[in-house]
Design a protein around this ligand. Structure first.
Ligand SMILES: [Zn+2]
Length: 96
């Protein structure tokens, strides 16, 4: 949990998606959405071709997923199905 707290120190909490399904471990949990305000923290993530500003962190597996601004806004608006259809997860699959 310690590194999760470390992230929280540099990321601004955006919202919490209660009872969302983590795309990494597929467990139902409260996903924490953060907005990045420190570009250095991006180095801790496997950043692809774009520079995401939003991340979802799973408290169960400590996994992180990148979110587009649109996805983050939808999650904040209550659309939790978006976790099963994230752009960053699609990119990972297409690279295989
Ligand atoms: Zn997880």
């Amino acid at each position: 949990m310690s590194h999760l707290l470390d992230y929280k120190g540099r990321l601004q909490a955006f919202c919490t998606a209660e009872n969302a399904v983590c795309p990494k471990c597929l467990q139902s949990t409260n996903m924490h959405i953060f907005e990045n305000y420190d570009s250095a923290v991006i180095l801790a993530f496997p950043v692809g071709k774009f520079s995401p500003r939003y991340f979802a962190l799973c408290p169960l597996c400590a996994g992180s997923v990148m979110l587009t601004k649109e996805e983050a806004e939808k999650i904040k608006g209550g659309d939790k199905d978006i976790f099963g259809n994230l752009e960053s997860m699609k990119k990972e699959e297409s690279d295989v």
